[in-house]
Each structure stands twice: as C-alpha cells, then as structure tokens.
Design a protein around this ligand. Sequence first.
Ligand SMILES: [Zn+2]
Length: 259
Amino acid sequence: MISSIYQSSNTVLTPRVKQSFAACIEDGLALNDSPKFFFRADDIGAPSKNYSRMTALFLTYEIPLCLAVVPTWLTRKRWEAMDDFVKKGQDLFCWHMHGYRHMNYEVQGKNQEFGSIRSTTAVLNDISRGRERLQSILGEKFTPIFTPPWNRCSIETMQVLKEIGFKGISRSYGSMPNPPDGLEEFPVHVDLHTRKEKISEQGWQQLFKEITKGMQFSACGIMIHHMRMNEQAFIFFEYLLERLAVHKQIQIITFNDLI
Ligand SMILES: [Zn+2]
C-alpha cells in the first residue's frame, strides 16, 4: 500500500512541502549543529525497477546506504547481476542481514519472523544459515548487523545475535526490550514509505517531526521501502537526498561508521 502522503496527482512537490521540509531541517540544526544521518533500505535481494531506481539515486548523489538483505532472496546470480552497482558504490554501501526468510511465524499479534513463538534452536539455525549464506555470496562486503523484519524480535534472538558475533541491531526508535550489553542499537527514527496516517497533511507533519527529532540523536535513521514507492514517493525521495547532500553541516554515514 502506498502511504497517503504520496497519493497525489502532483508531479512536483508543493511549495508547502518544500518549506516544511526546510523548516524541519533548520529546527533540527538549531538543536544539533552537526547531525548525522543514515539510510536503511529494507527488503533487499530481488531485482526490480524500483530497486534499481532507488539505488541509482544513492550513486548519483554519492550518499551512503545501509542495505538490509533477506538471505533467502539473494542468490549468487542476483548478486553477480548487481556487480556493476556494487563496484560503483564501493564503500558507500553497507550490506547487512534482514531476517532469514522474511516470514511471519506469530499466530496472533504483530508480524514477526523472530518473535518469542520461535524456539532458541530455531532462531539460532535460521540466523546462522542466513549469515553463512550472505557471507558466502557477499564475502567481505557483509557487515554483521541485523535488521529484524517488521523491526521487532525477541530478547532471545538478540542474545543469539550477540553470542554468534553480530555487532548490532537496527529496529524502530523506542523498540523494547533493549538489546543485551555488547549488541549495539542503531534505531531508525523516520519512516518514509510505510506511514499509516490516513490524511496526507498529517502524514507530512508527522514525517517532518520525526526528522527533527531524529536529528537530536547520535545518528538519525531513515527507513526506506522501495517496493512501496510510487512516482510521488520518488519525487520527494530525490528532493530529500539532494537537499541533504548539499547541506555542509550534515554528515551521512552507514553502520560501518558506527561499529
Ligand atoms: Zn522487511
């Protein structure tokens, strides 16, 4: 489903959106004059037009990106097909792990691949297999950070991650429970493409609030779902990248700069 903020027939951003965006960055800079951002793109592994278009923008603006790869979606053939993009990006990209199969196991409540319904053995098996698969395909490009599907997982999962050598986890800001000592947390503060507000104006206001608030933390995480992007989403997204790229006070990093 496309978020309400992108359900317009406009092919240009309205002056109001541009002004509100500029104001939210100014407000953020007033609270922190040297903010850092990172972008985290979820659901990576299968090729698509949106995937190519989204990643090409990072190359165009030379902006770093954390790519959350679903191990079972990525094949050696698909990785080889991305070779040109991977080489052009070089150190701009941080390839890390997004679940194992991106499948929900919960029978009630919110979707989770690694919720408390799974046994620790099942969790350990899936996470180990996923890591082995990514390490064998990506080689040294793999970074041992875990983004759980739907931004949530059990405390047992985080303990497994720590025990087998993962360095960090990325969930939504404010997610509970806290990770165990030794497993760093890199939260996302801004949701670009899975917003739930029904009214577009409210969606924009909330989005800009998230950006200003996120800028007060050590790094403001911005979450991307390329499969949910339509033309309007791409128009705003390119504007966002372009504005952040030219702002001298703003630094854009990846998880590799944080571990
Ligand atoms: Zn996902």
